[in-house]
Design a binder for this molecule. Structure first.
Ligand SMILES: [Zn+2]
Length: 63
């Protein structure tokens, strides 16, 4: 399984053709760091990043 990050919302998925969070179809395999969001509504970081669903996210995309 190869992980990749959604270029729209930065959710990290394995082997998906469509992002389960935002339904985006553009992914990158180049990113730095992980953020694990457990409760998006209580996380200031999640709100700042526009994350609404719990999951694993890329901290920063590098193209
Ligand atoms: Zn997405």
């Amino acid at each position: 399984m190869k992980e990749k990050a959604c270029m729209t919302c930065r959710m990290v998925v394995e082997d998906a053709k469509q992002c389960p969070n935002c339904n985006g179809t553009q992914f990158t395999t180049f990113w730095r760091g992980y953020i694990v969001i457990l409760n998006a509504s209580e996380s200031a970081l999640a709100q700042r990043m526009g994350i609404k669903a719990p999951g694993k996210y890329a901290f920063r995309l590098s193209r």
